[in-house]
Design a protein around this ligand. Structure first.
Ligand SMILES: [Zn+2]
Length: 157
């Protein structure tokens, strides 16, 4: 099952940027399954999987979040490369066994945005703001909650 790992040449400034860039391509959401820190507690390696990676026993069920597990084997490894001062991606398996979400509204992550944030997104989107700027605006209002931000990026294509 395991394919040859392919180390890509792109360098990303952070793990989130990396996950956003790869997930955003086709409307997939990548989640961090595991990470490894160095002796000073800094994260130097992460394992990213599709949010449909898990497998349910028996009939696939829709959870309260609406997330379905398809047993998707898509997997990436992000490694911090000191030499280039950024993150590099290693593809373990670059194939999804399902379609990506087409837009924010159709994705379970969208439900995690609370109403005020959703409203803000709509408001900003209506003003033709770029996703990056929408994120920045939301970040300003929610400095301690970055987990939701990915969803906007992931689904804005
Ligand atoms: Zn997948």
């Amino acid at each position: 099952m395991m394919k040859d790992r392919l180390l890509l040449s792109e360098v990303y400034s952070g793990v989130d940027e990396l996950a956003i860039a790869r997930g955003c391509e086709n409307g997939y959401v990548l989640v961090r399954r595991q990470s490894k820190t160095n002796e000073t507690g800094v994260v130097i390696k992460v394992w990213l999987k599709c949010d449909h990676w898990g497998v349910y026993k028996g009939e696939p069920k829709v959870r309260r979040t609406g997330s379905k597990k398809f047993g998707c084997e898509f997997e990436l490894i992000g490694k911090y490369e000191r030499s280039c001062g950024g993150w590099k991606l290693c593809e373990v398996n670059n194939e999804h066994n399902h379609q990506g979400a087409e837009k924010l509204g159709g994705h379970p992550y969208a439900m995690r945005l609370n109403e005020s944030k959703t409203h803000l997104v709509e408001q900003l989107s209506n003003q033709n703001m770029l996703p990056r700027d929408v994120l920045a605006a939301i970040k300003d209002q929610n400095p301690d909650n970055v987990s939701n931000l990915r969803s906007i990026y992931n689904c804005d294509n």
